[in-house]
Design a protein around this ligand. Structure first.
Ligand code: SF4
Ligand code: SF4
Length: 280
């Protein structure tokens, strides 16, 4: 039976797509974005044991096979384990089946319009998503994919057939800035931008605006706005240092990007035809 690593499930979220939705966060991401605000979702636990002794609630143990076990009943959600993990991982990941996840979705079902899968990078679990969305569809709910764009949707469009669309991060288009910021070639992301637009499956594009990075911000916003026009939402996100690893805060900024500064880019996007650009 297929299992996937799930970092957490938020039963009711109003920031992960339209309306009230259940958000499923999968563990693991091929990017290593400097500004990631939940870096504990990047890697799977290596069972190094560093966090076990530091747990104030005795919720972590090492079993006879040297695997870290998490006792959710004892856990007080202090996140000490996450803060001190040297591997950008979490000991609280659950390896769940589609039925396990559906159990949680069904409990929330009377109050939600749909389900959004996120991460980490949920498309690393493509086959799992296809099965999950097929089940969610039977409940009459919509399915959205929150993605960093590393998965080539044109090469394997099966998951699009069982979902309503993708919320795509376009973090950087300048090659040098992209290499520095996300440690991953941006080509697939930009290819996805074109493809998802073409097939009507691009629900939203998101770009983070960084303080004092005028040239880089503008290049990305211009590129995206010219591509999407009024074809989908364009969310301009203010960089926030909260959760960002300390060493990268020094590089990117220790303060939130000003609202006016971000609005300048939203206006630029609207001037270029992206009518549905707005700041969050
Ligand atoms: S969560 Fe991190 S610190 Fe804890 S055992 Fe896993 S890799 Fe080690
Ligand atoms: S969040 Fe981590 S450190 Fe805190 S109680 Fe739970 S398992 Fe222990």
């Amino acid at each position: 039976m297929k299992r996937a690593p799930v970092n957490k499930i938020i039963p009711f979220s109003n920031v992960d797509g339209p309306g009230n939705r259940t958000s499923v966060f999968f563990q693991g991401c091929p990017f290593n974005c400097l500004f990631c605000h939940n870096p504990e979702t990047i890697h799977l636990c290596r069972h190094c044991g560093v966090c076990v002794e530091k747990c104030p609630a005795g919720a972590l143990t090492l079993d006879a096979q040297g695997q870290v076990r998490w006792d959710s009943g004892r856990c007080v959600q202090c996140d000490a384990c996450i803060r001190l993990c040297p591997h950008d991982a979490s000991p609280k990941v659950r390896w769940m089946t589609v039925e396990d996840v559906m159990g949680e979705i069904r409990r929330a079902a009377p109050y939600i319009g749909g389900v959004t899968t996120s991460g980490g990078e949920c498309t690393l679990q493509n086959d799992f998503l296809i099965d999950l969305f097929t089940e969610v569809g039977k409940l009459g709910k919509t399915c959205l994919i929150d993605s960093n764009g590393s998965f080539d949707f044109e090469r394997d469009p099966r998951v699009l057939a069982v979902s309503q669309g993708v919320m795509l991060d376009v973090k950087a288009v300048d090659p040098a800035w992209s290499d520095q910021l996300i440690s991953y070639p941006r080509d697939t992301v930009l290819k996805n931008l074109d493809y998802l637009l073409r097939v009507g499956k691009l629900y939203e594009v998101r770009t983070v605006i960084f303080p004092d990075r005028d040239q880089e911000n503008e290049a990305t916003v211009r590129y995206v706005a010219r591509h999407i026009g009024d074809g989908c939402n364009y969310k301009i996100i203010r960089y926030r240092p909260f959760g960002v690893r300390e060493k990268y805060q020094k590089l990117l900024g220790e303060f939130t990007a000003e609202a006016d500064y971000a609005e300048k880019y939203a206006q630029l996007a609207r001037d270029l035809g992206a009518a549905k650009a707005y700041v969050v």
